[in-house]
Design a protein around this ligand. Structure first.
Ligand SMILES: [Mn+2]
Length: 247
């Protein structure tokens, strides 16, 4: 069994270099016979609601995912804070009929041989300092916006979404947070998470800062970081849990 995951590519268009990274990662998984693929949120910079246009924009990547599903690979798509309300979308493109496809709104456990893996985008570990905010989790990702995203035309959704996406990026820039401080916040949050959900390996993203460390109890935490720059993905098999190069 081999697990590999990626997150936070923030793909804006099919011309975006990070889109090429996504395709490289998916091809790597198919070639290396990865058995569990984690797509852990913010893969796309903006994808909200059941709009087939998203499929047409990124058809080659979705077809690689479908190829993986046909081969029986377990594929997990977790919501990020830039790509959510996608249950209907994955139904439209036929992914939900695969029993090996999982779409999840939050932290999800995987029985991986004798190990318990937990995967999460990273903004839902129960620590309010992780950019976890009421606006994102409960309003933006709540039922009202879900309904709105369903009935609004694609152009309106993408227009509002790009505005929101740029706004949230500007907020981050204005805060001038030091990388070490952010990394430590995530480490503290994963330690806290461990007290509630016991895991052998926890794989997260969201911070855009790659990380690999062991909790005092021996459990391992990996952060996908910023794979568009590093070309690293999180990898777990029976022997190891580490960040490895996929391209
Ligand atoms: Mn995020």
């Amino acid at each position: 069994m081999k697990f590999a995951s990626i997150s936070d590519l923030h793909i804006k268009s099919a011309n975006d270099p990070s889109y090429e990274m996504f395709n490289l990662f998916l091809n790597y998984c198919l070639e290396q016979e990865i058995t569990h693929i984690g797509l852990l949120g913010d893969i796309f910079d903006l994808m909200i609601g059941p709009h087939l246009e998203f499929y047409h924009d990124f058809k080659p990547a979705f077809e690689l995912i479908r190829e993986g599903l046909r081969k029986g690979i377990k594929i997990y798509y977790l919501e990020g804070n830039h790509d959510f309300h996608l249950e209907g979308f994955f139904r439209l493109i036929g992914f939900t009929k695969f029993p090996n496809f999982t779409y999840s709104k939050g932290a999800t456990s995987i029985q991986f041989g004798h190990k318990i893996l937990y995967i999460s985008h990273g903004d839902d570990l129960g620590n309010s300092s992780l950019g976890y905010n009421i606006y994102s989790r409960f309003i933006l990702r709540g039922r009202f916006v879900s309904l709105l995203a369903k009935i609004a035309p694609y152009r309106l959704v993408t227009g509002i979404g790009h505005f929101w996406s740029n706004h949230s990026r500007m907020n981050k820039k204005q805060k001038h947070l030091n990388d070490d401080v952010i990394r430590q916040k995530f480490r503290d949050a994963t330690q806290q998470f461990w007290t509630k959900k016991k895991f052998d390996v926890l794989i997260i993203g969201h911070s855009h800062l790659q990380d690999s460390f062991a909790l005092s109890q021996g459990a391992i935490v990996l952060n996908n970081g910023n794979p568009a720059n590093t070309r690293l993905c999180a990898y777990v098999d029976a022997q190891r849990a580490a960040l490895i190069a996929f391209a």
